[in-house]
Design a protein around this ligand. Structure first.
Ligand code: ASP
Length: 349
């Protein structure tokens, strides 16, 4: 049973940047990150929660287009260092790369038993019609929610946006203008905020052993490229990306259920890349649905050539999973094997 009454939780609010805290620069009229105090000033409601709210501000604050894996490493370390002192973490982050960061943190934080909620906004918190206020308040409430035994209701890395809570490694930014900036094409929301916050507990992942200590993985191997298949793609482009010396893995964004062109030159390059020990991971360009390479004659040659299925993974999650697995081992055969498993609920298997 979920106790949605006020809890004596303690939450660490981590501010990385993003529109939520931006202000217009009078010089060039572009939005630039501003300081944290304006966020707290704009949301006096936060003071009404019966929980302790502390904050941590990154320096410099960034537009999330500038996010690098180094930020994820800092976030993972910050959460580890403060894990015992807080019941939950709320990360204010730009929307542009929020799905990448949430996916990355989901893999980097193993045996998580507390909420890590990413949120942000489409309009700065100082603007009268801002969505930042509601997003922030819902995130804090969700991060603080405990069941009757005092355990976190959502012990996962999530994105909370526009009244919906999504598993972080299942979410994608789908709208650059409207308040419903995120969606999850292959997994139901974990919660919906109306008059009350309704938790879809049957979809929330609960750790089998809550006493298992949090383990963080900050070793990431970023030698991954993404190739979006499209009509008119040339052998030169495909070879450069698939066989490039600097690339250890390539995410192939294919059509429909994992299909691509069947031209001999294309399959030959795919085979060449596999022979070079490149990891080729197939994800669909579709928003919903899964890769199934044995369905069509246009998918089977990829499977036969040694391309690995990404199932119903988002591209963001596939990228983060590769960074994490390749950082954990230099053995590509092991990485390919692990790609078949759902590690943090990122694929339906
Ligand atoms: N460019 C901004 C960012 O991602 C957009 C936003 O926050 O919504 O930091």
């Amino acid at each position: 049973m979920i106790d949605q009454t006020k809890t004596k939780a303690s939450i660490l609010l981590i501010y990385t940047g993003g529109t939520i805290g931006m202000k217009e620069d009078p010089e060039d009229q572009t939005l630039k990150p501003f300081d944290f105090s304006q966020i707290l000033d704009a949301v006096p409601e936060l003071g009404k929660f019966a929980c302790r709210l502390d904050s941590w501000t990154f320096n410099p604050l960034i537009d999330s287009s500038d996010v690098e894996p180094g930020l994820w490493q800092s976030l993972a370390e910050l959460i580890r260092d403060n894990y015992q002192s807080y019941d939950g973490f709320v990360i204010l982050h730009g929307t542009d790369t929020m799905a990448y960061s949430a996916s990355a943190l989901s893999f980097m934080l193993e045996h998580l038993s507390k909420p890590v909620i990413f949120t942000g906004s489409q309009l700065p918190i100082g603007s009268p019609r801002t969505d930042g206020k509601e997003n922030l308040i819902s995130s804090v409430e969700i991060a603080a929610a405990k069941d009757k035994d005092g355990n976190a209701v959502v012990p996962e890395v999530c994105i909370c946006f526009d009244s919906h809570l999504y598993r972080g490694n299942r979410a994608t930014k789908v709208n650059s203008e409207n308040f419903n900036a995120f969606s999850s094409g292959n997994f139901p929301p974990l919660a919906e905020a109306g008059i009350n916050i309704k938790y879809n507990t049957r979809y929330i992942h609960y750790p089998s052993d809550r006493s298992c200590p949090l383990e963080i993985h900050t070793e990431l191997d970023t030698r991954v490229s993404i190739l979006k298949i499209h009509p008119g793609i040339t052998p030169q482009v495909v070879r450069n990306i698939l066989c490039g010396a600097e690339t250890r893995a390539v995410i192939l964004e294919t059509y429909g259920s994992g299909n691509a062109l069947t031209k001999d030159w294309f399959i030959d390059i795919v085979r060449e890349a596999v022979a070079l020990d490149k990891i080729l991971l197939n994800v669909t360009q579709c928003f919903s649905g899964s890769v199934n390479m044995s369905l069509y004659a246009t998918g089977k040659p990829l499977q036969d050539a040694g391309v690995v299925s990404g199932y119903d993974s988002t591209t963001e999650s596939a990228l983060a999973k590769l960074f994490y697995l390749m950082g954990a081992s230099s053995d590509n055969a092991w990485v390919k094997l692990m790609l078949n498993n759902s590690l943090r609920g990122e694929i339906s298997k």
